[in-house]
Design a binder for this molecule. Structure first.
Ligand code: HEC
Ligand code: HEC
Length: 322
């Protein structure tokens, strides 16, 4: 009996001794999401997908694969397609949205907030016939057979048996890591750089109800995301019942064409619309306070100042050099 116990204990010890060795290689490096000035404290990082350096690196590599997200989300245009990104060219139902500060989006992504999480958006983009149009099990098979991917999945998730859920998680981690908080306007908030008089006047117009009245839907001030992430009918069409997300105005100079259908190709056209082109409908948002005058009625000088302010929201620090 005694002998049997000792052998049993030795066998157990041997088992445990082996265990740590095989697990030892899985030590991902935690990544801490920054918390820029006037960003919300709440983020959308799920408890089963904490961000790690290895997960983000894998997600970035997957994002830029040949048949993947970067077919449309081009880095140089703040992850939109640029001037080519028209509905005709894209073949999608709506034009693109940029990938900016989405770790703080807690209301769902897409023009109609139709997709609950970034993980779900990865699946949606891979399977949508108008987007990547891939068979997820074929994607997994290909990654499993590659020379490099199994080792990268092992580093990120502790196993080299790849699943599509891991693909979703890695790419979502990469998208969450795209933090834009280093524009001229941010440096102004930090007291590091001055705005010109035109830019300051534009900021004042943006932030006042009797000025251009933009801030209710697009943030600013204590909401440095420059979006509420909520949906509104902003009066583009007289007979529209649609309400679309008010996109962030960060990097807005880089993400033409504008609106869900790409109807405006310049910021001047957008500003003209808000100034004198707003259409009344029963469903127009009550925050479009000036609809009865057709818009906020800006002078040419005010339009120029508002545009100068919008241009201070550009942050190219994550984008490739021109
Ligand atoms: C065929 C072009 C195309 C491809 C490929 C593509 N997207 Fe998109 N993406 C779009 C369009 C168009 C939208 C706007 C969709 C909508 O709401 O109708 C969008 C929207 C998004 C949004 C929502 C952003 C927001 O502010 O709400 C995210 C996130 C996103 N895409 C991530 C991805 C990821 C990750 C991939 C790769 C797995 C990907 N996309 C592949 C065209 C594409
Ligand atoms: C009632 C809410 C509301 C107000 C007020 C408002 N917007 Fe918008 N904005 C939206 C919505 C909603 C969209 C998207 C509409 C669509 O595509 O159908 C949008 C779209 C935009 C876009 C295009 C974004 C893109 O990525 O395509 C710009 C630029 C813009 N607004 C600037 C402004 C400016 C400047 C002001 C002030 C003059 C302003 N907005 C006032 C709700 C609003």
């Amino acid at each position: 009996m005694k002998h049997f116990n000792i052998i049993g204990i030795l066998a157990l010890l041997a088992l445990f001794a082996c265990q740590p060795q095989s697990e030892e290689s899985y030590q991902p490096t935690p990544y801490e999401l920054p918390s820029p000035l006037f960003f919300p404290t709440q983020n959308n990082i799920p408890s089963d997908n904490p961000m790690t350096e290895e997960g983000i690196a894998l997600g970035e590599k997957l994002f830029f694969e040949e048949r993947s997200c970067a077919m449309c989300h081009h880095k140089e245009y703040s992850f939109e397609m640029g001037p080519e990104g028209t509905l005709e060219h894209l073949g999608t139902q709506h034009t693109m949205l940029p990938l900016i500060n989405l770790a703080w989006n807690t209301t769902g992504v897409g023009w109609e907030s139709q997709v609950a999480t970034l993980e779900d958006m990865v699946l949606a983009a891979y399977t949508d016939p108008a987007e990547i149009d891939a068979d997820t099990s074929a994607v997994v098979r290909q990654l499993q057979q590659s020379n490099v991917y199994p080792a990268l999945f092992k580093k990120a998730f502790g196993t080299d048996e790849i699943t599509f859920v891991m693909v979703e998680k890695a790419i979502a981690q990469y998208v969450r890591s795209l933090v834009f908080a280093d524009s001229k306007f941010d440096r102004y908030l930090h007291g590091e750089e001055q705005l010109t008089q035109d830019e300051l006047n534009g900021y004042l117009l943006f932030s006042t109800e009797n000025g251009a009245d933009c801030f209710h839907c697009h943030g600013g001030g204590a909401n440095a995301l420059f979006t509420t992430n909520l949906r509104y009918n902003n009066g583009l069409d007289a007979h529209s019942h649609d309400a679309f997300k008010a996109p962030t105005l960060r990097n807005i100079a880089l993400t033409a064409p504008y609106m869900h259908d790409g109807r405006f190709s310049t910021l001047d056209e957008v500003i003209d619309f808000y100034s004198e082109g707003v259409q009344y409908s029963d469903d127009i948002s009550p925050l479009m306070h000036h609809v009865m005058q057709g818009g906020v009625q800006l002078t040419e000088e005010e339009k120029r100042q508002l545009k100068a302010f919008l241009n201070t929201l550009t942050d190219k620090s994550l984008l490739p050099n021109e």
